[in-house]
Write a protein that binds this ligand. Structure first.
Ligand code: TXA
Ligand code: MG
Length: 352
């Protein structure tokens, strides 16, 4: 069978639940992006995810659960880790936070990429939650795109990438958040608990620190993992690769310091699609092959919701060869996740 989209109704849910229990693939919406799911405790089912995505076996998968209760069955936590885990999950679940913790033995090794840690997340989207309820199993799910491509925020994006695979895609409309969850690793160290942000997302470092303070979690420090710029460097979280979320066309970030004349010397503007932001480059927009806008009013929620779908629209513009994105200035930490995805879509190439 090839991929197909079905509406989110009771017939689809019971069929999807059955498929998951039988070891088959189901793609579903979450509030961040669409996931490509399989029964998290079935190693053979997990294998199908890697094949459908063309994903390297070194990249571990996030396991989706309904709540803290199901998560605790899959995690190994000491006292300090447990306190921090519970505080964070209570504050941010269901929602876009993945907690990476030591894994129980029952989790197959292909979920953890052979490691001892597993990423756990309770998604907020109604469709994802209903699927978890109906299937009755934890669901391992990476973003439902071909490996390295732009993440999907609609059912159609998933179909476009995974057309040739046997996967039932549940249509739940466009994802609200639009960029993937914050990935936070949680680990006891000699003087407390260390929390490491492996991937920036909607939940920021400040959100995490505020939560820890409010819940009186002592001796917890939050650090940001810096971006991996080399494909060959040892990877703690392979999603940190510089080139990721890549559209099929060459992609660049246009810095404010670079005049239009200077830009035109570096790329052929007449073959470029501009994905504008606010009114930044309005004056020159008509000179591009085609123009889109992430958010005319420069709003963060709109920008993050639109980014992946506009990258996909831009790469499909017939005759276009290049995509140009603004090199955003980060007003505050809320922008870090969006900027991170844009920077990687452009493989870090900034035109100055
Ligand atoms: O919002 C999301 O997180 C979406 C939805 C579907 O839940 N999922 C998602 O999955 O973005 P994926 O596989 O595309 O990205 C997961 C990221 C990768 O960077 C992976 O390396 C990291 O999380 N990750 C997962 N498990 C990990 C682990 N055990 N240790 C370190 N990093 C892990
Ligand atoms: Mg992904």
């Amino acid at each position: 069978m090839f991929a197909k989209i079905d509406p989110a109704n009771s017939t689809t849910f019971s069929c999807a639940g059955e498929r998951l229990r039988k070891g088959e693939l189901v793609a579903f919406p979450t509030e961040t992006v669409y996931g490509l799911g399989a029964h998290a405790l079935d190693a053979q089912a997990i294998e199908k995810i890697f094949v459908a995505k063309g994903r390297p076996k070194t990249d571990p998968l996030i396991v989706h659960v309904l709540s803290i209760i199901e998560a605790l069955d899959l995690a190994v936590l000491d006292g300090a880790e447990h306190a921090a885990f519970e505080a964070l999950a209570t504050a941010f679940w269901p929602g876009p936070l993945t907690l990476v913790v030591r894994a129980q033995e029952l989790i197959p090794k292909n979920v953890t990429a052979g490691g001892i840690f597993v990423g756990l997340r309770a998604p907020a989207h109604d469709v994802a939650r209903e699927l978890l309820r109906v299937s009755g199993v934890p669901i391992a799910a990476p973003s439902a795109n071909r490996f390295g491509h732009v993440s999907p925020t609609t059912a159609q994006h998933v179909l476009n990438d995974l057309r040739a695979s046997d996967v039932l895609i549940i249509d739940g409309g466009a994802s609200q958040v639009g960029v993937e969850s914050t990935v936070l690793k949680l680990m006891s160290v000699s003087d407390g608990v260390q929390l490491e942000i492996l991937r920036p997302g909607f939940i920021t470092q400040k959100d995490i620190e505020t939560c820890l303070m409010k819940t009186a979690i002592q001796n917890a420090t939050v650090v940001q993992k810096t971006m991996i710029v080399s494909q060959t460097e040892a990877q703690q979280s392979p999603g940190q690769l510089l080139t990721h979320y890549s559209p099929r066309l060459k992609c660049y970030l246009w810095d404010k310091t670079c005049s239009f004349e200077n830009l035109s010397k570096q790329i052929d503007v007449s073959k470029s699609v501009l994905i504008n932001f606010g009114k930044n480059f309005d004056a020159h927009a008509p000179l591009f092959f085609r123009t889109f806008n992430l958010s005319v009013n420069a709003k963060i929620d709109e920008t993050s919701q639109n980014l992946f779908s506009l990258l996909r629209e831009a790469e499909d513009v017939v005759g276009a060869e290049i995509i140009v994105l603004p090199n955003l200035e980060l007003a505050d930490e809320k922008w870090a996740a969006v900027y991170d995805r844009m920077f990687r879509a452009a493989s870090g190439k900034i035109l100055k």
